[in-house]
Design a protein around this ligand. Structure first.
Ligand code: ADP
Length: 466
């Protein structure tokens, strides 16, 4: 349709320029030429070189020239360059008549038309129809002690013959353009629509849950770009789908273990006299705590990711928060763990939600405790760098393979499914850390290599002193 409109507009423009504007444009070019030639003659009169230059100017602008001196000092007649010139075919009286007419005409230009039958020239107005027309520009130019009367004659040939020829050509061009635009339209729509049809088919299959569908573009850049975006979206969707399936499996496993323990111990305490001991009760309490933290993790991550989690930010001392967190690990220390917190003399403040900042530290230290090596060492350090306060948690465990590093911050991701300790977590801890750090305008990262332990770090912007 657009090609059709384009073709129609092109043809209309061509037709207009040929039939309506061609003769006007041709006439205005001729008038401009004759005026330029007139100025050149004036300059030559000034310099006294009319006789030498008249011939050259006449040929350059295709005009006939006559220059008469009023005082009779000179008279120059150019060669008769035009076959049907008016001024060369009249006498001095005739010229004077033309001059007097030109005095009253706009721009000093008078028009003559030659009759095609008799060859006789008569005065006419500007539009002469189909006959050949002469335009004569005449004026008086005053020099210091004389004055020159200048006559220039140019011929405007009728353009109707040319227009007829051009119109015939235009008919051929129109037919050619229409055929070409139909062919082009068909080819282009084929090229454009073919990849889109195939992409749509693949997208339908993806919507039905087939994650192995391969999107192919083909033909042009945009279709290729769309295909690669869809392939990327598909791989992300399939990853998420896989992770979610794993989470359901993990969570049901993780929920079932403490629930079985709680049910078992409770029934035992109810049915067997003497089993109602504080130790057994402690098992029930511990398993309930494990269940609670699991459920809390799942709730936290879904709240952070949906943006419904509210953060109560105020100026808090991060050094205090980290120290308080260490108190929680006091019991672990007695169990052989060596957890240290190293920090400078100065205490540092940040703008943040205390509970959430504490959660970041817990999640990192919990992971370090879970994955640290035989020596059971975990080192927490605090330092200041470029306006940020950095907390680093270092363990001596197996570390994380380099190719797995970019994924550990994703939801439900666990490095080693078969690892004996992987049952401990849900794969949500680090993505909760990421969500909280993003909300605090902080940065986070990990330095780790397989076999050399890991250092997880977080950085909060330091709050300026009050
Ligand atoms: P999880 O609850 O499973 O620990 P996280 O999101 O906290 O989930 O961690 C994601 C994965 O990153 C973990 O399953 C583990 O494989 C790896 N990981 C996290 N911290 C450490 C660490 N300190 N040392 C080795 N691996 C770690």
């Amino acid at each position: 349709m657009f090609l059709g409109i384009f073709t129609a507009v092109t043809i209309v423009l061509l037709w207009l320029s040929q039939n309506v504007f061609l003769s006007d444009i041709y006439k205005s070019i001729k008038i401009r030429e004759i005026k330029t030639a007139y100025h050149k003659i004036e300059e030559a009169v000034d310099e006294g070189t009319v006789s030498e230059n008249a011939y050259k100017i006449a040929n350059e602008y295709n005009v006939c020239i006559i220059v008469l001196s009023k005082g009779g000092k000179f008279s120059t007649v150019s060669e008769d360059v035009l076959p049907n010139c008016i001024i060369h075919n009249t006498n001095t009286a005739g010229l004077m008549y033309i001059f007097s007419r030109a005095q009253n005409a706009p721009d000093g230009i008078v028009y003559y038309t030659r009759s095609p039958q008799s060859g006789y020239a008569y005065q006419s107005d500007e539009s002469s129809g189909d006959s050949e027309q002469s335009i004569v520009l005449s004026g008086e130019y005053l020099t210091e002690n004389d004055s020159a009367i200048i006559f220039l004659n140019s011929v405007i040939s009728p353009v109707s013959a040319t227009v007829n020829t051009l119109n015939t050509i235009l008919i051929y061009i129109t037919v050619a353009l229409i055929i070409l635009s139909v062919i082009l339209a068909l080819v282009m729509s084929q090229i454009i629509s073919k990849p889109i049809v195939s992409l749509t088919r693949s997208a339908k299959r993806l919507a039905e849950g087939d994650y192995n569908e391969k999107f192919t573009g083909g033909g042009y850049f945009e279709a290729d770009a769309l295909a690669s975006t869809l392939n990327y979206a598909e791989s992300e969707l399939s990853k998420l789908d896989k992770l979610q399936k794993e989470l359901v499996a993990n969570i049901s496993h993780d929920l079932r273990t403490p629930l079985t323990m709680i049910t078992g111990y409770s029934e035992m305490m109810r049915d067997i006299p003497g089993e109602n001991t504080p130790e057994n009760l402690q098992v029930v309490i511990d398993e309930t705590a494990r269940l609670t933290s699991l459920v809390n993790d799942v709730l936290d991550i879904s709240k952070i990711q949906s943006g419904t989690q509210t953060f109560e930010k105020k100026r808090v001392c991060i050094t205090d928060i980290a120290e308080n967190a260490m108190i929680r690990y006091a019991k672990l220390m007695t169990g052989g763990y060596d957890i240290s917190f190293e920090h400078g003399e100065e205490r540092h403040f940040i703008i943040g939600d205390e509970t959430r900042v504490l959660q970041v530290i817990y999640n990192l230290v919990n992971n370090a405790v879970t994955y640290t090596g035989e020596d059971k060492k975990v080192r927490v350090t605090e330092e200041v760098k470029d306006g940020f306060v950095r907390l680093s948690v270092t363990d001596t465990g197996d570390g994380i393979p380099e190719d797995k590093l970019p994924y550990i911050w994703e939801r439900y991701y666990k490095v080693d499914e078969a690892h004996k300790r992987s049952a401990v977590g849900t794969g949500l801890g680090l993505s909760i850390v990421r969500g909280i750090m993003d909300e605090h305008g902080g940065r986070y990262g990990v330095v780790s290599s397989h076999g050399n332990g890991s250092t997880f770090w977080v950085e909060f912007p330091i709050s300026p002193e009050d």
